[in-house]
Ligand binder design. Structure first.
Ligand SMILES: N[C@@H](CCC(=O)N[C@@H](CS)C(=O)NCC(=O)O)C(=O)O
Length: 251
């Protein structure tokens, strides 16, 4: 049976899953699920959790970017997603963990907050979606989905404000990982694929693109995921953006 990648339209970790499959040269068919209905479908497909990416490969079910990266290295060792050297592997694993647990939720929370207030460009996230229904119908369902997803992801004013205040420090950390050779080295690794998609989604925010484009982090996005679709109009309050605007990029 063909390998399948179950995704949600515009989902950055889904793109991480796709990039890792492509890095390995593993053929797959992408299936985009309809948000909210995705939970029922993933359960029906016997995945244990409710998030994407979820992959079926060689009769195995893999769910979550970190499970997928490790399993892909087992299934097809070359090209590797983790370095052989133990110290370098630890550094990549730690960067991948941080990218998954700390950085990845930030663009997710910010997206739902912004889309709830202005969904005029949501269709741009759906350009290459494989939903099996017309984009116009998907767009119409956006307001209730944005409300539910905003609640599920705790996209509150307080959390979004805190994310924006913390973001410059997170971008500094990405730049340090690049300077240390953990990210954007000769061989791309699991942490590159994990972190680049979060940065790519952050670049979709008109308010935030300049924060990234002045940094080495932008080179990682250009290399790994230059074609991330979508645009989020400038709706974030000026006062919340102040912290980031005044933060100097890492040397
Ligand atoms: N951090 C995990 C989970 C990813 C995740 O939360 N994906 C979101 C889409 S961006 C999702 O599936 N949300 C649906 C839900 O929580 O039910 C990973 O890297 O695989």
């Amino acid at each position: 049976m063909a390998n399948r990648l179950y995704a949600l339209p515009g989902s950055h970790p889904s793109r991480t899953g796709a990039l890792m499959l492509e890095h390995k040269g593993v053929p797959y068919k992408r299936v985009d699920l309809i948000p909210a209905a995705h939970r029922v479908i993933l359960r029906a497909l016997r995945f244990p959790g409710h998030t994407v990416p979820a992959v079926t490969i060689d009769g195995r079910r893999l769910q979550g970017t970190r499970e997928i990266s490790r399993a892909l290295d087992e299934i097809k060792p070359d090209p590797p997603l983790f370095p052989k050297d133990a110290d370098r592997r630890r550094a990549v694993e730690e960067a991948e963990r941080w990218g998954d647990e700390v950085l990845q939720p930030v663009p997710r929370r910010l997206s739902w907050w912004c889309i709830k207030r202005d969904n005029s460009s949501v269709k741009e996230f759906l350009v290459d979606a494989k939903l099996g229904l017309p984009t116009s119908i998907a767009v119409v369902t956006t307001p209730p989905i944005a409300r539910i997803s905003g609640r599920l992801n705790r996209s509150t004013d307080e959390n979004v404000k805190a994310d924006l205040a913390a973001l410059p420090g997170m971008l500094d950390r990405v730049d340090r990982l690049i300077a240390d050779g953990v990210l954007n080295g000769e061989q791309l690794n699991a942490a590159d694929f994990q972190i680049a998609t979060s940065l790519a989604l952050l670049r979709c925010f008109e308010d935030l693109r300049p924060w990234i484009d002045s940094r080495p982090a932008a080179e990682l996005v250009q290399r790994v995921v230059p074609d991330y679709p979508g645009r989020i109009p400038a709706v974030l309050p000026d006062a919340w953006l102040e912290a980031g605007r005044s933060a100097a990029p890492a040397a």
